[in-house]
Structure formats: C-alpha cells, structure tokens
Ligand binder design. Structure first.
Ligand SMILES: [Zn+2]
Length: 465
C-alpha cells in the first residue's frame, strides 16, 4: 500500500473547473485524433509512462502501440508537445523566470523521468487535483497525473507539468490566506511569486506564453490563467494587486476600494440586482436576467449557462426580489423567506420558518464549500445540501461558530491597510479602522447606498496586462 498516509508534496488545483462554460476558450483540442507518431516517439524516449492502480501497482507501461490513446496519456503528450514548441522569444525582464531561461521542455526533462497515470476507478486524487508529486519519490523524478487532468487543454496540461516538475526541487505549498482555495483542506498556495515555487513557475510559464504567442485563443486562455493564478495562488499577491473589496451600489456602480482610494470599474445603465464571485471573479446580475463578469477588461461580455437560463426563466418581479446570489458548485438565489438552488431545469426550495436570511456568508465562495447563510440574528447557519432541503427545518440548522460576523454588517472586506469596510443593514458603507475600533460611517462614501462588498484583490497593472 503506497498512497494512503503519504505526505503529498503537491496537488495542483484544477482552476478550469470554476470557469463559466462559455468563456473556456480551449485551444486545439484535436478530439478523437491519434497522437502524432513523432511526438509519441519523442515522449517515450524521454519519459517512462505507466498506469498505476490505487495501491501503486503498475498495471500498464505505455508504448508505441498507444498511438490512438484518448485518455490522460494523450493529454500529457499534448502538454509535452506544447512545451516543446513553446515560443522562446525574449520577454520583459520582470516577467522572466527559470522557465524562460531553461525553456519549457528542458525544465521538465531536467526534473521528471517517470509519469504515472492514476487509475480513474480507485484514485484518491479527488476532483480538484489534476496532478501531484510525492516527497519520497522526488529523487526518482516521478510525477502523478490524476483522472481530472483528462479535461485539460494542451496549455493547461503544459502548465501542470512544469508546476509538478518544480516540486521535485523541494518546493512545497502553504495554506491559502485568501481566494477561492482558502477553504481547501491542506496547502494550495505559495507565499510569494518571487520565491518561484511551483505556482511561481507555472505563472512564469503563462507569462512566457502570453507575451510571445501569436495565437489569439491561446493568448486569451493564458491571460485568464494569469488572472486566476495571481488572484488565488499567492498569499502575497503579485503584479501590484492590492487587498480590498469590490462593491456594487444602488446606482449600479461597480467599484474597487483598498482603504484609501476608490477605482470605478463600471457604471451600468441597466439596473443591477446583485454581485457575487464566480470562479473567483466578480459577477454582476442584472434585473433583466443578464449576467456579466469582471475579467480585468472593461468589455462586460454577457455570460451564458444554466445560471443565466434560470434567471431568464424567472418573472421580472421574482428577479427583483432576489436578495443575494451564490454561484459555485450549487447555484442558488436567496429570497426574503426562501432559498432556491438550481436542480436540473428546476429548483430545490428551502423555506425558512423562523429564521430571517440576510446574505450568503462564504465570502470567497470557495471551491467546494458548503452553503452557509447569515441570518438577521447575526449568526451564520450551515445549510443542508439542496437535496435535503425538503426534509430540513430551521430548528435543525446548525450555527457555524467559526464564521466571522459583525453585528449589523451584511457583507465586509479587509483592506490593504488593515481596516475593514462593511455594508450596514441600512446599506451604508461603514469602516472599522482597527481590530478594536468601532464601526463608523465611511465618510468618503457619503450617503451612497450599497448592495454588497466582496473581498477582492485588484491592480491597474493586471488590468493593463
Ligand atoms: Zn503544487
């Protein structure tokens, strides 16, 4: 038995799972095609590829017979091919990393000898891990690929490969202090980009691709990877990102505030009903049922997908009654006395009998987090899974005693300077200047009424990339 109780040096989080279907512009997927024989020959000459079962036993060794493989082996080879052909053009010095210096394929070759593919039936990877490396196998240069990796595009696969390869040098992760991976069990962040651990290397790889590729789809994909990684994988955020909050006010203005300065991101002419994070990006919902996402551009492209279909399916007056939106593994809408979560084409509804819900309380809408709701009594309650809504009553709900709450504050975010901005239940922007300070009205926001503030990191530099 090998897998259980063994310290994992790394598992890389598969961020694409959180991308809206419509915006995942995956380049060159070559569905159903066989592997290029030259690529196959090359890859087999450089690495040993094996299938392993849940106990670590080798169940298959790959050979030239596997030229028409349609599984993870093919995906890995597409990643290797990407690294082989990756443009090595010179990029600005401040974006250069070991990857630009060594070249993608040499970086991988120097560190990895054997690539093991975990069997889909009994892998313990979990659905959020794409690949990993174990401490005790580092000297042998062994990398493991997880079943989830099957859905990766070539550029994603290439990014996973160099990320894992960096772990062979002894770089491990630390627990995330912010972002969509904060609630993930175990370590899923690096402290800084500058230390050039595994996330630093994979981000460096994305910079190299973004700044050199001539392929527009690849460029767009690498930009989106740069944004998600910068926001979520480093406890000290890179690229000048400032800690603060993104807020939506009653006049349909979307802004970012870091404690001293307000940056206006949009002034919508259409009436908005709410703001949420989806896959780590601020997402605005309009009264007409449209949804747009802030992707560090000012293009405000309308999203598609099931969440939007369900909004469009509601009457205008129902949409106007939505108090808050949750867009994660479950997509849910909070009303005055009800919580509705999408279930196929319909909804599963929880009816509050004594409690009065105010807002969803998971501030980062972290990956895989259970639903929790702030009630007007100031406590956060953990909600059951939607399938159990019908058999649960308010009296059955448990208070989440670990959730941070402030009396009379419906949403809040910590700022770069350590103060906390929050929205009062009357809709005013409030500030708590230090840990022991009282909440007071934030004068700089005057009498403007706010809908919501969400913790977020922002910089003009990332927007200008
Ligand atoms: Zn890792």
């Amino acid at each position: 038995m090998r897998i259980l109780k063994i310290k994992i040096l790394c598992g890389i989080f598969y961020s694409s799972l959180l991308v809206f279907g419509a915006s995942a512009a995956h380049a060159q997927n070559n569905a159903n095609e066989c592997i290029n024989p030259d690529l196959l020959k090359y890859a087999l000459s450089q690495y040993q590829f094996e299938d392993v079962d849940g106990s670590g036993n080798v169940t298959k060794t790959y050979s030239e017979m596997d030229v028409c493989d349609q599984g993870i082996f093919k995906v890995a080879l597409q990643g290797i091919d990407y690294l082989r052909k990756m443009p090595n053009g010179k990029i600005p010095a401040n974006f250069q990393t070991l990857i630009s210096k060594e070249g993608g394929i040499n970086f991988l070759k120097k560190r990895i000898k054997k690539i093991q593919i975990d069997s889909a039936e009994d892998s313990d990877c979990g659905e959020s891990t794409a690949a990993r490396v174990f401490f005790h196998e580092a000297a042998e240069g062994i990398m493991h690929l997880c079943p989830t990796m099957k859905n990766s595009s070539p550029i994603e696969a290439a990014g996973f490969l160099v990320h894992e390869a960096r772990h062979i040098d002894g770089f491990a992760h630390v627990k995330c202090e912010h972002g969509i991976l904060m609630s993930t069990e175990g370590a899923a962040c690096d402290n800084t980009y500058q230390e050039q651990g595994s996330y630093g290397i994979s981000l460096g790889f994305q910079f190299q691709v973004y700044l050199t590729t001539k392929n527009e789809a690849v460029k767009e994909e690498s930009r989106s990877n740069i944004i998600l990684s910068s926001l979520n994988n480093f406890n000290k955020a890179p690229l000048g990102l400032q800690k603060g909050g993104v807020f939506l006010d009653e006049d349909n203005i979307l802004g970012f505030y870091e404690g001293t300065q307000e940056y206006r991101l949009a002034e919508f002419t259409d009436k908005t009903i709410g703001l949420t994070l989806h896959g780590g990006l601020p997402t605005v919902i309009f009264e007409d049922g449209n949804v747009t996402k802030y992707d560090f551009t000012r293009e405000w492209i309308l999203n598609g997908g099931t969440l939007i279909d369900s909004l469009k399916g509601m009457s205008a007056s129902t949409r106007a009654d939505i108090q808050d939106i949750y867009a994660n593994k479950d997509n849910c809408f909070l009303f005055k006395n009800e919580l509705k979560c999408l279930d196929g084409d319909g909804f599963l509804t929880y009816r509050f009998d004594t409690l009065k819900p105010v807002a969803f309380s998971d501030r980062y809408q972290s990956w895989n987090n259970p639903l929790s709701i702030l009630m007007d009594n100031g406590a956060v309650y953990s909600m059951p899974e939607p399938k159990n809504f019908a058999t649960t009553r308010d009296a059955d709900l448990k208070v989440d005693s670990k959730a941070t709450t402030y009396a009379g504050i419906t949403s809040f975010a910590e700022m770069q300077n350590g103060s906390i901005m929050g929205i009062s239940n009357k809709g005013f922007m409030m500030v708590k200047k230090s840990k022991d300070a009282k909440w007071i009205r934030a004068k700089e926001f005057g009498d403007f009424k706010m809908k919501k503030i969400i913790p977020f990191y922002w910089s003009k530099r990332l927007e200008d990339l």
